[in-house]
Design a protein around this ligand. Structure first.
Ligand code: 5AD
Ligand code: FES
Length: 352
């Protein structure tokens, strides 16, 4: 490890600011002992607030219908090879029951933007989860909606909302999405969600097509402005039935470096080691935790639909039961000297 590198890392950690040239330096450095110093520093920062604890969030992928057509995503509406499904209200509720038995304190309802699930239907589902699992957090990840819709979900009992901004740069955004979608609307959603009172998560894919270091820098600046409670990042992985099928996958090492940089800039943020990271590298999720991540999101969806919620190729855990992923992840966490905690895992500024 060289002194100059360590100096930069310590400066970022102390000031919680980063410049474009510092980011370039970190991402283009080729000395692996330098990477190691960054990971170690990020781990130490995470340990200050989270003490080597990892939170589990049970992910329920309740619909793979989507009206959007994002060029990177396997469930985009133009993909006629996608085998579409929706879980019924009862199926969603039984996923939560199972999750509760497995010890999860957060349920994440994730889906494509599916018009079948009207606000009324969603609110009823949220209300039922809230009354049947009063001590659990309910996280939604269902895309761009109006202020009124978000407000009704919040009033029905949802606590948190994940909506990756994907890229803060307008030109880059427009190369990843068709004209019907805009970065302004996405950012509007995030700010409104915060105003309503949700704990909010934004995020990006690392190595999405056309992404430059400058774009990533703009993403970090956007995050500093938004001040999200959660930040989701994972490598881009090509899906064979999308316009980006021949694009190279995102780099695991770069994803890990960015997890650490994010941990230094946002010491208290909830930061998952994502399934995409675990797909790109068999030890990706462990490496993510050792780079400063503190959340894992095991899949709670019924096995018969798992193989259908495919945003990218090669997704792991599509054949495992929820109970298997639960045990597997607990073991993996323990093996690297961390432990799964049974708290709800709110952002430290939100905890009551
Ligand atoms: N590779 C990696 N991540 C993807 N996502 C969508 N498609 C892909 C892909 N091909 C991510 C997006 C989205 C989140 C739910 O999954 O960032 O916001
Ligand atoms: Fe699903 Fe390991 S997390 S099998």
């Amino acid at each position: 490890m060289d002194e100059h590198y360590a100096g930069i890392i310590n400066e970022i950690s102390g000031s919680k600011q980063i410049s474009l040239s510092q980011l370039e330096y970190i991402l283009t450095n080729e000395v692996s002992s330098n990477d190691e110093y960054l990971f170690e520093t990020a781990r130490a920062v995470a340990a200050e607030y989270f003490d080597r604890q990892v939170y589990l969030r049970g992910l329920i992928e309740f619909t793979n219908y989507c009206k959007n057509d994002c060029y990177y995503c396997g469930i985009r509406c133009s993909n006629s090879n996608a085998d579409r499904y929706r879980l019924s209200e009862e199926e969603i509720l039984s996923c939560c029951d199972l999750g509760d038995r497995l010890g999860f304190k957060t349920f994440v309802l994730q889906g494509g933007e599916d018009p079948y699930f009207t606000d009324d239907i969603l609110c009823r589902i949220i209300e039922r989860i809230r009354s049947e699992h009063p001590s659990c957090a309910i996280t939604l990840s269902i895309g761009e909606k109006s202020y009124e819709s978000y407000k009704s979900f919040y009033e029905a009992g949802a606590d948190r909302y994940l909506l990756r901004h994907e890229t803060a740069n307008e030109e880059h955004y427009n190369r990843l999405h068709p004209g019907a979608m805009s970065p302004e609307n996405r950012k509007r959603c995030l700010y409104e969600l915060k105003e309503i009172g949700f704990q909010v998560g934004c995020g990006i894919m690392v190595g999405s097509p056309y992404q430059t270091i400058r774009h990533i820098y703009d993403d970090l600046i956007f995050m500093q402005e938004l001040k999200p409670h959660m930040i989701g990042i994972g490598p881009f992985i090509a899906h064979k039935d999308t316009p980006f099928k021949t694009e190279p996958d995102g780099d695991v090492r770069r994803t890990l470096l960015l997890l650490s940089v994010i941990r230094l800039l946002f010491p208290k943020v909830l930061l998952p080691a994502t399934t995409a990271l675990g797909t790109a590298d068999v030890m990706g999720r462990e490496k993510g935790i050792l780079a400063g991540a503190n959340v894992l999101m095991p899949n709670l969806s019924p096995v018969n639909v798992r193989g259908k919620y495919l945003l990218y190729d090669g997704k792991i855990c599509t054949g495992e039961e929820a109970a298997e992923c639960n045990m597997c992840l607990r073991r993996r966490v323990e093996r690297i000297g961390y432990r799964v905690t049974d708290g709800r895992g709110d952002h430290p500024d939100f905890a009551s």
